[in-house]
Structures are given as structure tokens and as C-alpha cells.
Design a protein around this ligand. Structure first.
Ligand code: ADP
Ligand code: MG
Length: 604
């Protein structure tokens, strides 16, 4: 007897839904994309209970006639492509024709739609993939889709949904992305009846970013404009190097105005900041990569969040170079090696209105010892540049790369003697076993982390009042996290006040934290402590706050230290719970052992 059966449509749709509909935010993504494809100028997203109970998207796009409104729910039913050739150059956000079929198979869906010239609109109701009702209904030109009780018929999937706060966070993030990608469309996002985003049509990205993030965010942005149209144009904004984040959450990356998760673009962005931002720290970015349609394949994943470039290396180069030239236009990186006898302060070129309001920034030249590749590249650049005389030819030195080791906790000796600083960032010291390099910033971070944790445990907060409170604008996503985070921050000595709307005033900060750092720290915490972690243990959250506090209050790199200060830092470090790793898990001390030194010099 044969054993293979073709699955019923509604079962096949549920299986497909597994790939397309992961959570409420993925439903919102498909619906918003449909509205954009339909030429909407106004899109409203309303949710209740984190999108599980209700997720409703309405638009004023072209709408559908009755036959189409019914067909739209069939699998592989689309108006956007006709033949396989069309897959070569996809100009719409959707094209697979499975989103509505998938969504309707796992929720209760009601669609009401009307076109400009039809007399009456149409209402279609579908529950769990079964068509319940089709009838006339009034609706202005456009479409409204309400998705209720997501996963009501798939308990296994329902179990995987997170808390309301988490799902709302993802939804907010999603709406923010699409609102940024389409400034010309008016967006509204309403959560349990409250406006989270309400942005009228904007002239350009800058104006839209202002509507969503507020003025403070824009102040620190540099305009990016580079690449070339035949491979990839790269435009948007990136943050100045002093604005640091410990996660990639404030990176909004788009390919042909499609919100994608692409590691390559994120990596190239970071490479643009090479030697300006230390490892593990990320810039904020709104970056748009525009490629010719045939240069990119979006048909890689059912949710269309991944893309494949025909020439990935060329795209990576374009992103990196565009970011780099944005940074060099305001003096953060030197575009070309300078002529030695003419040391000049970096020229501040006004790249945009944003740059105009940005005060000249101190140049940060934190260089984590360059890798072999980077040195080779730099030398190449020097040779190419005619204005530079070639450096004196010295034979290459043997690198000690393989010989330097992280120091294990049981191997720290109390007998550490500082000798000096390397690049004003690392303390050079000796102990009984050889030569040590101590990262001054992370060492101090460890010291402060232990101190803050101890103060908190003893409920002894030390805070300093600010003469002039700093104000701070929350993004919609941050506002959701803020209320949960604020009490925990107060444990450490912050005094925060929610003013009207999404503005927060910082009235006091913990002792040791420079007032100017408070704002950066808050921004960063609001991002890292996203909804996922918020629901985790309070201790974890408090550790996270202490780590961030320590990081912002700690001695920076590129700061010269007196011998006394180095001594003080080392003594304090040795008293901490874990002198060899920083609160983020990075090593604090590296050692070049005596044996390795002797070996290196061929003495043993
Ligand atoms: P796809 O977007 O891949 O074509 P969907 O399942 O998302 O597939 O939608 C199926 C079809 O329904 C679309 O091709 C489009 O013609 C129509 N449609 C869906 N949403 C809308 C909308 N908001 N306005 C107008 N037409 C829509
Ligand atoms: Mg679609």
C-alpha cells in the first residue's frame, strides 16, 4: 500500500507558517510590507497584548477587488510576479504569495478592503485557514487587516511566545525600521490604545529620524554618502565615535529599503570604525544600501530577512569606505598619511547640517595593536602616496603574538611593578614571572564593578546631585524598557524623572560617574537591557547595570597616568574578586613569560 499522501492545504499552510510567522512582529512585517507594496501613504499599526490578542494594520493603498481579496489568501497567490524571470529583479517587498495564507492558517483574520473605483468594499473572514464569510463592507480606498488570537490553533507555537513586553519590544523595533526606511509614509503605532509612534509624512530620513528619536540622537550623527550606483550606493547616518553602544541594537540596516539582518553589512560598518572604536563596542547607524535589483537575491529565506549579494566583497568595500569617509570628513580618521613636517589639526569639514551643529570632537586614536594585514595595508598606502618619503628600511621584528598569554586568576602575583604606559592605554609592568600588559580601562572597570556591587549589597548608595539636570529623549522602544529599568537604576544612585511624553530628566548620578557620561550610559543600558533580559533575574540586571556603570566611570584609554595612579590601580585591582577578567569577560592582564622571552632571544 502506498504511504505518501499530499497534505491538505490548511496543513501545508500551517507548515509554511512555521517559517514565515515566528511571532507577532513577523506578522506585522508581512502586513506592513504589503501596505508599502500597495502604495500606501499612511499606515497604522494597532496592537493589544503584545500583538497576540490583536494586531491590526490599515493602509490607504490601492486596495483589492472582491476576487483578489479572496485569492490573496491562497498559497502562492501574488500580484507581484508572474514568471520565474521576474525573480531576477524583484522591486517589491513581497513576491512569494504565502504571507497571508500562512498568517490566516494560524490566526483569526478579518480583511476589509476597497479600491478607488469599486462601489462597495469587501470583508473576508478566515479562521485557522477556513474561509468563514465574504460580504460587502464599507471601507475607504485601502485595506485593513485585523489578525486576532495568533496561534490559537497551534498550542505548540503559542508556548514559544514571550512576555507581552518582549513581543511589544520586537513590534516597536519593526515599526521603527519601516518608518525609517519610508519617511514619505505617515506611520502610527498604537499599543493598547496608547500612541507609541505617530509620525506624519517627512521630507527625508533626517526629518523622520528626528520624529522618532528626538533631537539628541541626531546631534551626534555624521552623514554617510558613498559607494557607487553600479554596485552599491551607501547613504544614511552613523554615530560619532564618542557615542558608544555595547550591542548592535541601534544599527538600522537596509538593503533596497528592505529591513534585513545581514552580518556582512554590520561587519563592514564596524570595519569602517577600525582603530577608532575598541572591540566589543558598536556605533549607532541608519544605513541604506541601494544596489541594482539584479545584484541582490532576496529569495533566500521565507521571511525575506536575509539577502545574498552577487558581489558581496564589493558591497562590503563600499560600506566600509563610505563610513570611513564620513568619519574622516570630520577628522576622526586620517584619509591619507600626513606629511611629517606639517602637523596640522584635523580639518573640520562641514558635511551636512548635522555636522554643522556638532562641536569639533577630540580625535580618538585608540589603536588595538594592528594586525599583520592592517600593517601591510597601511604600508601599501604609504608607498602609493607620493607625498610621503618611504620609511627607513628596517628588517621586520619577530612578533610575540603567539607567546603572549592571558593571565589565569591563580597566576596573578601580588608583586606587580608598573614601569610605564604603552600608547597611554596599557600599563607596562613586571612581576616575578615576566612582563605584563594591563589594560587600564578594563582594570578600572573591574575595580568599580566590585565597588558598585558591594555598595548595592550594603544598600549604601552614593550619589551626586546635578546642578542642571540632564534631559534625555527616549525612543519608542526605550520608553517601553525604561519603566522597568528605572527602579533598578535608583538602587545605584540615579535619580530619574519621567517628564512629559518620552523625555526623562536625570537629576542625580552615582558617585564617580562623570555627569556627561550619564546620558551615554542610559542610552546603552536601555538598549542592552532589552525586553529579553528584562524578564531575567533581577541579579543579572543589577550586574548589567553595575558593569555599564563601571565602564562609563572608568579611566579611559588614551589617558596618561602618573606612576602613583598606576600603582593605585594595580593595588585596587588585586583586591577585586576577579583581577584577570573585566565584568564583560574580557582579559585584563596579558603576560609575556620570562621563559618565552628567553626563548625568543634564543637563549634557551
Ligand atoms: P506577496 O506579498 O508575496 O504577494 P501576500 O500573501 O503577502 O503575498 O499577499 C498576497 C497578495 O494580496 C499580494 O500580492 C497583493 O496583491 C494582495 N495584498 C495583500 N495585502 C494588500 C494590501 N494591504 N493592499 C493591497 N493588496 C494587498
Ligand atoms: Mg506580502
Amino acid at each position: 500500500m502506498s504511504k505518501i499522501r499530499v497534505l491538505a492545504d490548511h496543513v501545508a499552510n500551517q507548515i509554511a507558517a512555521g517559517e514565515v510567522v515566528e511571532r507577532p512582529a513577523s506578522v506585522a512585517k508581512e502586513l506592513v510590507e504589503n501596505s508599502i507594496d500597495a502604495g500606501a501613504t499612511r499606515i497604522t499599526i494597532e496592537i493589544e497584548a503584545g500583538g497576540r490578542r490583536l494586531l491590526k494594520v490599515s493602509d490607504d493603498g490601492e486596495g483589492m477587488v472582491r476576487d483578489d481579496a479572496i485569492l490573496a489568501f491562497e498559497r502562492h497567490a501574488t500580484s507581484k510576479i508572474r514568471a520565474s524571470d521576474d525573480l531576477i529583479a524583484i522591486g517589491t517587498l513581497g513576491f512569494r504569495g504565502e504571507a497571508l495564507a500562512s498568517i490566516a492558517s494560524v490566526a483569526k483574520v478579518e480583511l476589509v478592503t476597497n479600491t478607488a473605483d469599486a462601489a462597495a468594499g469587501t470583508r473576508v473572514a478566515i479562521d485557522g485557514g477556513r474561509m468563514r464569510d465574504v460580504k460587502d463592507a464599507a471601507h475607504p480606498r485601502g485595506t485593513t487587516i485585523a489578525v486576532r488570537d495568533l496561534f490559537f490553533n497551534v498550542p505548540a507555537r503559542r508556548k514559544f511566545l514571550r512576555s507581552e513586553a518582549t513581543e511589544t519590544f520586537h513590534l516597536t523595533n519593526l515599526v521603527t525600521h519601516y518608518a525609517l526606511a519610508h519617511p514619505e509614509i505617515a506611520f502610527a503605532f498604537v499599543n493598547n490604545g496608547r500612541d507609541v509612534v505617530r509620525a506624519v509624512a517627512a521630507k527625508n530620513l533626517r526629518e523622520r529620524a528626528y520624529q522618532i528619536f528626538g533631537e539628541a540622537f541626531l546631534e551626534n550623527l555624521l552623514a554617510v554618502d558613498g559607494g557607487d550606483a553600479s554596485v552599491a550606493r551607501v547613504t544614511g547616518f552613523v554615530s560619532a565615535p564618542r557615542d558608544r553602544r555595547t550591542s548592535r541594537d541601534s544599527q538600522y540596516l537596509f538593503v533596497n529599503r528592505r529591513f534585513v539582518r545581514d552580518r556582512m553589512i554590520g561587519r563592514s560598518l564596524s570595519e569602517g570604525y577600525r582603530s577608532i572604536l575598541p572591540h566589543g563596542v558598536y556605533p549607532a547607524a541608519l544605513l541604506f544600501v541601494e544596489t541594482p535589483l539584479e545584484e541582490v537575491d532576496v529569495n533566500v529565506h521565507p521571511a525575506k530577512t536575509e539577502v545574498r549579494f552577487r558581489r558581496p566583497d564589493a558591497v562590503a568595500d563600499a560600506v566600509r569606505e563610505a563610513v570611513r569617509s564620513a568619519l574622516s570628513s570630520v577628522g576622526f580618521v586620517e584619509p591619507e598619511p600626513q606629511i611629517p613636517q606639517l602637523p596640522q589639526p584635523p580639518q573640520l569639514q562641514v558635511a551636512s547640517a548635522a555636522a554643522a551643529s556638532t562641536p569639533p570632537q577630540p580625535r580618538i586614536e585608540f589603536a588595538p595593536l594592528p594586525s599583520g594585514d592592517e600593517i601591510a595595508r597601511d604600508i601599501e598606502a604609504m608607498i602609493r602616496s607620493s607625498s610621503v618619503t618611504s620609511p627607513a628600511q628596517t628588517p621586520p621584528l619577530d612578533s610575540a603574538a603567539k607567546l603572549v598569554r592571558e593571565v589565569a586568576p591563580e597566576n596573578v602575583s601580588v608583586n606587580i611593578r608598573p614601569l610605564g604606559q604603552l600608547e597611554e592605554s596599557f600599563i607596562i609592568a613586571t612581576d616575578d614571572e615576566g612582563l605584563l600588559l594591563i589594560d587600564q580601562h578594563v582594570a578600572h572597570e573591574r575595580v568599580l564593578f566590585d565597588k558598585y556591587r558591594a555598595l548595592e549589597a550594603e544598600r549604601r548608595v552614593e550619589s551626586q546631585q546635578l546642578l542642571v539636570p540632564e534631559t534625555f529623549e527616549l525612543t519608542p522602544a526605550q520608553a517601553a524598557v525604561f519603566d522597568q529599568l528605572a527602579p533598578e537604576l535608583e538602587v545605584y544612585g540615579f535619580e530619574l524623572m519621567r517628564l512629559s511624553g518620552r523625555t526623562v530628566a536625570i537629576r542625580a548620578v552615582p558617585a564617580d560617574l562623570p555627569a556627561g557620561e550619564a546620558r551615554n550610559m542610559l542610552a546603552e543600558l536601555l538598549e542592552t537591557v532589552d525586553a529579553e533580559k528584562k524578564s531575567s533575574a533581577r541579579e543579572t540586571l543589577r550586574d548589567e547595570i553595575a558593569a555599564s556603570l563601571a565602564c562609563h566611570a572608568a579611566i579611559k584609554v588614551n589617558m596618561s597616568l602618573t606612576p602613583e595612579k598606576m600603582r593605585w590601580l594595580i593595588d585596587r585591582l588585586l583586591q577585586t574578586s576577579s583581577p584577570t577578567t573585566c565584568p564583560h569577560g574580557r582579559p585584563v592582564i596579558l603576560r609575556l613569560g620570562m621563559r618565552d622571552i628567553l626563548k625568543g632571544f634564543h637563549r634557551i
